[in-house]
Write a protein that binds this ligand. Sequence first.
Ligand code: SAM
Length: 219
Amino acid sequence: MTTTQNDISKIYEENLKFWDEAWKRVSKPHKELPKLPYIHEITRKLKKYQVKKVLDLGCGSGWLSIFISKYGFDVTGIDIAKPAVELGKTWASEDNAKVNFLVGDLLNLPFKENSFDAVVCNSVLEHFRFDQAKVLFEKVHKILTEKGFLFACFDQVGSGKGEYFELSDSTHVYTDQMRQGMMLRNYSDNELKELLSNFDILSFDKNNYGSRLVWARKK
Ligand SMILES: C[S@@+](CC[C@H](N)C(=O)[O-])C[C@H]1O[C@@H](n2cnc3c(N)ncnc32)[C@H](O)[C@@H]1O
């Protein structure tokens, strides 16, 4: 069966709906920081690079945005799921954190060129098809200031249980009840490097879970 452009658009819409529904099931901010060994490295590097304005792509309920903001950075967090952004706003107001939270699609970022000194993105890019990820990285390149920085964590995904069908670029589209509609794609190291062709890669590390942690600088 061939997949038409119309099917592809519908699949993407269903994927966005998945995120909205998933976040609707979360009733209050889960304020414990994830036990990710690299989170302090993020703020250390942002300081070292003298970053001021940071954009958190796919911020979810905002743990990373709020964490970074507490170090004095001017942070904007954006996510497609309104319920997630509302949780982030609640969390920020309860904890006196200053974050500009927005609802929006990463494929249609509402920012002008040269808007941010750094972009961070944790465990999000696996939810895009390869052609979409290319568009996103081009936009990220534009909205970064000259020699701006990018931090991204790309998880190793797609080997767990679940029913899905595959798009032509090997993106999985889940059909099981838990993840109905969610898109997930495992990126090879080479594909990640291709996405980053407009950036100088400063570091490219793999942790024990197979996640790739990348720091890059706009060329
Ligand atoms: C696995 S969660 C990661 C959330 C957060 N970055 C973290 O580290 O916990 C993926 C996030 O990406 C968001 N997302 C997925 N597709 C998106 C899109 N097209 N535009 C904006 N956000 C999106 C989801 O709503 C979800 O909050």
